[in-house]
Design a protein around this ligand. Structure first.
Ligand SMILES: *Cc1c(COP(=O)(O)O)cnc(C)c1O
Length: 340
């Protein structure tokens, strides 16, 4: 990176496929995935199912579609579903949970910490009743890591308690695990330790792991068979999908290196704190900074070639594989020099 090039900390989706990934894509064995499955797609889906501890899995073009397919299968029109306040399904998916899946969203407070509701909150808010005019609460939608809370981790024991509470209440559990890999790497536990008790889970290959496109929805075999039909209905069936599945397989080789992004997030947070910024200690690859005027700060950062985005009323910086430790130091130098 030259001295003046912008340092892009807007998201971990800005990564570009490297030569190794492009070579894997070019060499991929392919078939027609809609007609009778593509062999590389199949290999990717089996590997992800294995990592997540589910029977089956389905590649989808985006995390948004993965979440939508799950919600469409779990919800009947008018059902209430619970999700942590600020969840991606509530705030960043165009209302598709209501618009297309027909769900009535009911946000859960973060009473256990940033991005983390307690099992007691789930019990209280499910409001299970036999009253004839009551909503039916049928789904708990969790998010790990929680994006709006700055990449906050739900630890395995809390996750298990939440899933167990949902089961007692007769609710299905969907996990939006767009960045489950980051939680797994930060905790040093396998991804399947974080999917205990879920009926479905969605994971992204196009965030920290650096694939150009793709997410995977995982669950029981019957659920995935039904999901394949809904994916087709939504226009998400792809033909020679092996080309992008090969990128997904290369991406999965990188789970262990996510810790470098977490180290860089801490380096940036420490450097900003030294310069007087109010930053929460990052748990994974992102950090939120509280500033008096978010838009003004973002403009000033852009003018010195440091790109960030607004999130939850704060400035969000995301570390990823295309930003090195030296880039973080350079970003801090630019911020310091401009007195931001
Ligand atoms: C990015 C993200 C999604 C959606 O993924 P897309 O591939 O951008 O549609 C879902 N959930 C969370 C928590 C995310 O951060």
């Amino acid at each position: 990176m030259t001295n003046s090039a912008p340092i892009d900390l807007r998201s971990d989706t800005v990564t570009r496929p490297d030569d190794r990934m492009r070579a894997a894509m070019a060499a991929a064995e392919v078939g027609d995935d809609v007609l009778d499955r593509d062999p590389t797609m199949r290999a990717l889906e089996e590997r992800v199912a294995d990592l997540l501890g589910t029977a089956s899995a389905l590649w989808v073009p985006s995390g948004t579609m993965g979440n939508l397919i799950a919600l469409m299968l779990h919800l009947q029109r008018g059902d209430r579903f619970l999700a942590p306040h600020g969840a991606h399904v509530l705030n960043h998916e165009l209302g598709s949970a209501a618009w297309l899946a027909g769900g009535m969203p009911d946000p859960l407070d973060w009473d256990a910490g940033p991005g983390r509701p307690t099992a007691e909150a789930v019990r209280a808010q499910a409001r299970i009743t036999t009253a004839y005019d009551a909503l039916h609460t049928t789904l708990l939608c969790l998010e790990n890591t929680h994006n709006g809370a700055g990449g906050a981790i739900v630890p395995p024991h809390e996750h298990a308690q939440l899933a167990a509470a949902a089961k007692e209440l007769g609710l299905k559990v969907h996990l939006d695990g767009a960045r489950l890999w980051n939680a797994s790497a930060a905790l040093g536990v396998p991804p399947k330790a974080l999917t205990v008790g879920v009926d479905s889970v969605q994971v992204c290959l196009s965030k920290g792991l650096g694939a150009p496109v793709g997410s995977v929805l995982a669950g029981e075999a019957e659920f995935i068979t039904a999901g394949r039909r809904v994916r087709k209905m939504l226009g998400g069936g792809v033909r020679q999908g092996g080309v992008v599945a090969a990128a997904g397989l290369a991406a999965l080789d990188r789970i262990d290196s996510l810790g470098e992004d977490h180290d860089n997030a801490r380096l940036l947070a420490d450097g900003l704190a030294e310069r007087g910024w109010q930053v929460a200690t990052p748990q994974t690859n992102m950090l939120l900074a509280a500033v008096p005027d978010v838009q003004l700060t973002l403009q000033r950062l852009t003018s010195v070639g440091v790109l960030a985005v607004p999130m939850s009323g704060q400035v969000r910086f995301v570390l990823h594989r295309d930003v090195s430790e030296a880039d973080v130091e350079e970003a801090l130098r630019r911020i310091g020099q401009a007195g931001i």
